[in-house]
Design a protein around this ligand. Structure first.
Ligand SMILES: Nc1ncnc2c1ncn2[C@@H]1O[C@H](COP(=O)(O)OP(=O)(O)O)[C@@H](O)[C@H]1O
Ligand SMILES: [Mg+2]
Length: 234
């Protein structure tokens, strides 16, 4: 069973003369345990595709399957989209956004707490992920006290902590130096192989593109599959 299956997905913004066809029939498959790159020029529809898949916006047509569930087939097939986003999808955005009045640990522990994990256990788990992302020493800090790169690593820890079966990352390494960018790719690969996570990484980061075994190029609202170098990240 595929982790992510996208079939003929279309997205039109607006209507009439000013309509923009951002996606014109996208096909993509990401197996469980696979990290796939998505590249393409600015304005080609990368963010639109991730937002459709993450149930942030509604596609105009096509079909999307996550794991065993058809989530969209010419309309949503899931009634509780909020639960879908919370339980199935880890989103890593281009810019970090953290809850300003919670410290770093609680920003990461919040989601497992909301899912019913006891607070102390959720905080211990949060700390594990913060340490893996090399921000464990900032666990007690408030978001405003962190550098941009530190905030980004905290927001990555938050996307991973619930071990969602699908991770969607929109230029996750943009604010990071190359060593830390590679550390993020390493942890995403570990997540994928350890938990069978299906991961899509939108990027134009030249350092990380060679690490993908498979990637998709999106151009003018359509995707083309390409073989990648699959360079080791160890
Ligand atoms: N909310 C929106 N309303 C209208 N047009 C949009 C909206 N969001 C994106 N677009 C348009 O859709 C196209 C794809 O945008 P986007 O998915 O952000 O591309 P990328 O992430 O590859 O840079 C662009 O032409 C963009 O202007
Ligand atoms: Mg974008």
């Amino acid at each position: 069973m595929p982790g992510i299956l996208i079939e003929d997905v279309r997205k039109r913004y607006g209507q009439g003369d000013t309509a923009v066809d951002a996606l014109k029939g996208v096909d993509m498959v990401v197996g469980p345990g696979e990290v796939v790159g998505l590249i393409g020029p600015s304005g080609s529809g990368k963010s639109t595709l991730l937002k459709c898949l993450g149930a942030v916006i509604e596609p105009s047509g096509g079909r999307m399957t996550l794991g065993d569930d058809i989530i969209f087939d010419q309309g949503w097939k899931i009634s509780d989209l909020r639960a879908l986003r919370r339980d199935k999808i880890g989103f890593i955005f281009q810019a970090p956004y953290l809850i300003p009045f919670l410290d770093v640990t609680d920003n990461v522990a919040l989601l497992p707490m909301l899912s019913g994990m006891p607070n102390s256990k959720a905080r211990a788990l949060a700390l594990e992920f913060l340490e893996a992302l090399d921000v464990g020493h900032r666990a007690g800090a408030m978001p405003a006290q962190l550098s941009g790169g530190e905030q980004q690593r905290v927001s990555i820890a938050r996307a991973l902590v619930n071990r969602p079966p699908v991770i969607l990352a929109d230029e996750p390494t943009a604010p990071l130096d190359s060593e830390r960018a590679m550390a993020v790719i390493r942890i995403l690969n570990q997540m994928a192989s350890q938990y069978e996570t299906a991961i899509i990484v939108v990027t134009h980061d030249e350092k990380i593109i060679p690490t993908f075994k498979r990637l998709y190029q999106i151009r003018d609202g359509r995707t083309e599959e390409q073989a990648g170098e699959g360079r080791s990240v160890e």
